[in-house]
Design a protein around this ligand. Structure first.
Ligand code: NDP
Length: 247
């Protein structure tokens, strides 16, 4: 498989989609480098992967800090001798109606969901450009392709990264640097993401909805695996992932 021996950096790897993806890619022979803020969770996941015969390492990483992303990428190079893919997956979703004016949460979403992705892009771009090879996979959301009442700022951050990934793909094709991008638009996936909602009425509605339709993060991990496993001259660039029960 094309995925075998690829060195893959994953942000937001301490739970949910990032954790499921790290384990799936490692099982298929990739060398995975995990980043997030909760060290005990990262350590436990790396231990699980190694116990399963896989190759993995981690570094405590806050994606809002550009130097943390540079250090995570440097770890991939020193530990595994290169870098093939970054999976920009870290994100939060403290959704609320705009009229509630949770401006601190707006700023946190912009810092993590947009600037966090940009920090990942900035950390890998010099490496991918020089080696004329690399792939940037990013978790947007269905809220990044259509609007949902109650998710104005979250959706804005996810629309932003959609544009960013498509422009990187186009510019790379023009510049001949062979950088591929893949953007994921998951719908309701059962993870810890809803824990980041503080607005009581939003949380109540979302909890009930996810209990009704939500699916396992393994669904997204399988799609990431598929995107990375394509031949070098194939860029599969956009994926929506819906629970079958979600309208
Ligand atoms: P989780 O809450 O389980 O995972 C979020 C991850 O992001 C955690 O590993 C968390 O780790 C990490 N993270 C948050 N803030 C930071 C930060 N500042 N620096 C580094 N890591 C950070 O939820 P999901 O797995 O669902 O979320 C993954 C992505 O999927 C997000 O971008 C989310 O927006 C997106 N998504 C999720 C959907 C869903 O229904 N679950 C639907 C559509 C998109 P830690 O706290 O340890 O730092």
């Amino acid at each position: 498989m094309a995925i075998e021996n690829k060195v893959i950096v994953i942000t937001g790897a301490s739970s949910g989609i990032g954790e499921a993806t790290a384990k799936t890619l490692a099982k298929n022979g990739a060398k995975v480098v995990l980043g997030a803020r909760r060290e005990s969770r990262l350590q436990a996941i790396v231990d699980d992967i190694k116990a399963d015969g896989g190759q993995a390492t981690y570094r405590v990483t806050d994606v809002t800090k550009p130097d943390d992303l540079k250090d995570l990428v440097a770890l991939a190079q020193s530990e595994f001798g290169g870098l093939d893919v970054i999976f920009n997956n870290a994100g939060i979703m403290p959704s609320s109606p705009i009229s509630a004016l949770h401006t601190d949460e707006w700023n946190a979403m912009i810092d993590i969901n947009i600037k966090g992705v940009l920090n990942g892009v900035a950390a890998v771009m010099p490496i991918f450009t020089a080696q004329k090879h690399g792939q940037i996979v990013t978790t947007s959301s269905v809220a990044g392709i259509k609007s949902f009442a109650g998710a104005g700022v979250y959706g804005a951050t996810k629309f932003a990264v959609r544009n960013l990934m498509e422009v990187i793909r186009m510019e790379s094709a023009q510049e001949g640097t062979n950088i591929r991008t893949a953007t994921l638009y998951p719908a309701a996936i059962n993870t810890e993401l809803l824990h980041t909602i503080t607005d009581e009425s939003t949380k109540k509605g979302m909890d009930a909805f996810y209990q009704q339709v939500g699916i396992s993060p393994q669904a997204v991990a399988n799609v990431v695996n598929f995107a990375i496993d394509q031949p070098e001259d194939v860029n599969v660039n956009e994926f929506t992932i819906y629970p079958t029960k979600q309208a």
